[in-house]
Design a protein around this ligand. Structure first.
Ligand code: 1YM
Length: 643
C-alpha cells in the first residue's frame, strides 16, 4: 500500500496505483526501456508543447539536455491550466502529471500530436522519472510543482513568484529513473536532433531550439523553417540534381482537415514518399497518402491527354511511372485521427481520401497549367519511366523464355558447389579470370561456389531495371542467387546462405565492392538485411623469412607483426604487397581468405537503411560536391568507405 500523502483524497490512491502500474510494466506504456524508450520520454513532453503550437498559442520551444542528463523543455504557450480540476479536486497540472491518459481528455477541437500514435502522456514520464518539475507562467504568476520517486507530488501546486503579464508558458524538467532505464540514461544528441528537425519541418514557422549542456563546448542549434514542407523536400533532395527548380507546394483545408504536400522530382529513379498525420509518421500510409497518390496519377495523365502528349491510343502512365524520381511529403492534420494496423502506422479515417485527393488534385492541376515548362519536364520523366517499364517487362519475358533468368543459362561461368544443403552453401563473387583460377583451386568444392565477374559492373545507381537486366554480369549474379528480381524477388529461393564479395585489397577492389554493394542494396536489400552478404578480407602483405610465411590484412597488422620479430630476423625478411587475388598462391588464398576456420569475414549490415541509402547516393550519384564532402568527412574512417 502506498503511503497516503497529506493532500490526497481516496480517489488519488488509485492515481498513484496507476503510476505504480507504469513502473511495474514500463514496456506496456513506452514499448521498451532501452535507449529508444528513454528518448520517447522527451517526445511525450515535447508533444504537449507541439499541440500548443498547433492550437496557435506557441511559437518557441526549447529542448535542453542538462549537465546531469536531465531534460528541460520550455514553451511559450498558455501554460498548463493551474486551477483546481473539478473531478479530481487537485490542480489540473497535477492531474495531467499523475493520472494516466488525463492529458487527452481535456480540451478538444484542435489538432493533437499527443494521445495519437504512442501518446501516453506526461503521467508516464512522471512515473518513470526520479523527479519532475513543472513551472507555469500564467496570469502574471509563476506556479511550481515538483514530483519525486516515480510521480509523487512533494506538495500541491503553489505560486513561487510573479512575472510579466506577457510572459506565459510551461517549463518541464525531468530525470529518467536509472532503476527503469537499466541500459542507459544518457541522451543521444543526434537522436533528439533528427526528430527535432523533422518536427520543425512539419510545423512551419515554429522555432525549436535544441541544446546540449553536457560537453565542455555546449551545443545550441535552432530549427526554424518558414517554408515548412518546401524546405523539407529541398533538404531530402540535397544530394540529387532537381529536375525543376522550385518545390511544388499545395496546402488546403476542408472539413477541419488540413492537407499539405511538398514535392520535387530529381534525376534519380527512386521514389521517396513520407507521410504524416498530426506530425506522426505514417509508415504504412493510409487514406491521406492514397488520396494524394491517386490525384497525382490522375492529374498528370489528364494534363498529358489534354495537351496531346499522350495520344488516344497510348497507355496511361501508372502510379509508379509518375512517382519515379519523386520526393514527396504529405502532411495531414486531423482533429480525431484513427491509426490502424499492428504498429499503428496506417492512417484510417476514410473521409480523408477524397479530401486529400480534392485539395492536392486542384492545387497540382493549377500548378501545371501555370508552369508549362515544369509540366513538360515532369511528363518527359514520366514517359521515360513508362517506356522503361514496358522495356523491362519485355526484357524479363525475353530472358525468361530464353532461360536468361533461370538456372540453365549462365552455368558456364559459375563454378557451383556440390552440397545440396543451402545452409552451408557459399557464393564467392570474384573479379576477373585469374582471381577465378586461384579461387577455384583454393575453395572447398563441396560448399564453396565461385562466380567471376568482368571488371567494373554497371553502376546501377545511374541505371534502370531494363538496362540492368540487359547487363550480362548482372544477369549472371541474379541467376546465381536464384531469387529473381523486382516484383518476382523471393528470398526463400536464395541458393546460398552466404554471398561473399571477394575483391582485391586495393582501391580498385574497394570500388568494385562498392558497385556490387550498390547493386545489392538497390535490388536485393533483404539479402543484406537478413545477414547474407559478407566481404572477404584478402591479405594486403605477404611477409617471408626463411620458411615462414605470414600474411597480414593491413598496414597496422604488418607493423604489429614486425615489431614483435627479433632483430636478427628483421634484417632477413621479405615483404611483398599482394597485387591481387589472381597472383596469390591458391593454398595461401584458401588458408587466409576462404577457409572457414581461419578467415575473417566482414558481415555487411544495414542498421539504418536511410543512412546507407544516402551513402550510396553520395558515393555513386552524379553530384560531385556531396561525394567529395562525404569522402573528406570520412577520410579518417577508412572502414566506412571500405565496406
Ligand atoms: C513543456 C511542455 O505541456 N505545454 C502545454 C500543455 C498544455 C497546455 C498548454 C494547455 C492546453 C489546453 C488549454 C487545452 C496542456 N494542457 C492540458 C490540459 N509543455 C506543455 N501548454 N490550456 C493549456 O488543451 O485545452 C494538458 S497539456 F489537459 F490540462 F488541458
Amino acid at each position: 500500500m502506498i503511503k497516503k500523502e497529506e493532500h490526497y483524497n481516496a480517489d488519488d490512491i488509485q492515481v498513484l496505483e496507476g503510476l505504480e502500474a507504469v513502473r511495474k510494466r514500463p514496456g506496456m506504456y513506452i514499448g521498451t526501456t532501452s535507449s529508444r524508450g528513454l528518448h520517447h520520454l522527451v517526445w511525450e513532453i515535447v508533444d504537449n508543447a507541439i499541440d500548443e503550437a498547433l492550437a496557435g498559442y506557441c511559437d518557441d520551444i526549447e529542448i535542453i539536455i542538462n549537465e546531469d542528463n536531465s531534460i528541460t523543455i520550455k514553451d511559450d504557450g498558455r501554460g498548463i491550466p493551474t486551477g483546481i480540476h473539478s473531478k479530481t479536486g487537485i490542480s489540473t497540472v497535477e492531474t495531467v502529471y499523475t493520472i494516466l491518459h488525463a492529458g487527452g481528455k481535456f480540451g478538444g477541437g484542435s489538432y493533437k500530436v499527443s494521445g495519437g500514435l504512442h501518446g501516453v502522456g506526461a503521467s508516464v514520464v512522471n512515473a518513470l522519472s526520479t523527479f519532475v518539475e513543472v513551472t507555469i507562467y500564467q496570469d502574471e504568476k509563476i506556479y511550481y510543482i515538483r514530483f519525486e520517486n516515480g510521480g509523487k507530488a512533494v506538495e500541491p501546486l503553489k505560486v513561487i513568484g510573479n512575472c510579466d503579464k506577457d510572459r506565459t508558458g510551461t517549463t518541464v524538467t525531468f530525470k529518467p529513473d536509472s532503476l527503469i532505464f537499466t541500459d542507459t540514461t544518457e541522451f543521444d544528441y543526434n537522436i533528439l536532433k533528427i526528430r527535432t528537425r523533422e518536427l520543425a519541418f512539419l510545423n512551419k514557422g515554429l522555432r525549436i531550439i535544441l541544446c546540449d549542456d553536457r560537453p565542455i563546448e555546449k551545443i545550441k542549434e535552432e530549427f526554424l523553417y518558414n517554408g515548412g514542407l518546401k524546405e523539407y523536400v529541398t533538404y531530402l533532395n540535397r544530394n540529387y540534381k532537381p529536375v525543376h527548380e522550385d518545390v511544388i507546394y499545395v496546402e488546403g483545408l476542408k472539413e477541419d482537415v488540413n492537407i499539405e504536400v511538398g514535392m520535387q522530382y530529381n534525376d534519380s529513379y527512386n521514389n521517396l514518399t513520407l507521410s504524416f498525420v498530426n506530425n506522426i509518421n505514417t509508415d504504412d500510409g493510409g487514406t491521406h497518402e492514397e488520396g494524394v497518390k491517386n490525384a497525382l496519377t490522375r492529374i498528370i495523365n489528364n494534363y498529358a491527354r489534354n495537351n496531346k502528349i499522350l495520344k488516344d491510343n497510348d497507355e496511361s502512365l501508372t502510379g509508379d511511372d509518375v512517382r519515379e524520381g519523386l520526393t514527396i511529403i504529405i502532411s495531414c492534420k486531423h482533429p480525431d485521427p484513427q491509426f490502424e494496423g499492428q504498429t499503428k502506422g496506417r492512417f484510417g479515417n476514410s473521409e480523408v481520401k477524397k479530401i486529400a485527393s480534392d485539395i492536392f488534385g486542384e492545387g497540382l492541376g493549377r500548378f501545371l497549367m501555370e508552369n508549362p515548362d515544369v509540366a513538360k519536364k515532369i511528363l518527359e520523366k514520366g514517359l521515360l519511366a513508362s517506356r522503361a517499364r514496358l522495356a523491362a517487362k519485355k526484357a524479363r519475358e525475353l530472358s525468361r523464355t530464353k532461360g536468361g533468368l533461370d538456372l540453365t543459362n549462365q552455368w558456364g561461368k559459375l563454378a557451383d558447389c556440390s552440397s545440396k544443403n543451402p545452409l552451408e552453401r557459399e557464393l564467392f563473387i570474384v573479379e576477373g579470370d585469374s582471381a577465378m583460377g586461384s579461387a577455384k583451386l583454393g575453395r572447398n568444392p563441396k560448399t564453396q561456389a565461385i562466380l567471376p565477374i568482368k571488371g567494373k559492373i554497371l553502376n546501377v545507381e545511374k541505371s534502370r531495371l531494363d538496362k540492368i537486366l540487359s547487363n550480362e554480369e548482372i544477369r549472371s549474379l541474379i541467376t546465381a542467387f536464384g531469387t529473381s528480381i523486382g516484383d518476382e524477388f523471393n528470398i526463400n529461393k536464395l541458393r546460398y546462405n552466404k554471398i561473399i564479395l571477394m575483391t582485391d585489397a586495393d582501391v580498385d577492389g574497394a570500388h568494385i565492392r562498392t558497385l556490387l554493394l550498390t547493386f545489392l542494396f538497390r535490388f536485393f536489400r533483404p539479402l543484406i538485411e537478413e545477414g547474407h552478404v559478407f566481404a572477404a578480407q584478402p591479405p594486403l602483405y605477404k611477409i617471408t623469412h626463411g620458411k615462414t610465411i605470414k600474411y597480414v590484412l593491413n598496414d597496422k597488422e604488418k607493423e604489429e607483426y614486425l615489431a614483435n620479430l627479433p632483430e636478427n630476423i628483421k634484417s632477413k625478411i621479405n615483404i611483398s604487397r599482394q597485387k591481387g587475388l589472381g597472383e596469390m598462391d591458391a593454398i595461401d588464398l584458401r588458408t587466409t581468405t576462404m577457409n572457414i576456420e581461419e578467415r575473417v569475414l566482414l558481415k555487411i549490415n544495414i542498421d539504418d537503411a536511410i543512412l546507407a541509402d544516402e551513402m550510396f547516393t553520395i558515393l555513386m550519384g552524379e553530384e560531385v560536391a556531396p561525394r567529395r564532402k562525404f569522402i573528406e568527412d570520412n577520410a579518417l574512417n577508412v572502414r566506412n568507405l571500405d565496406v
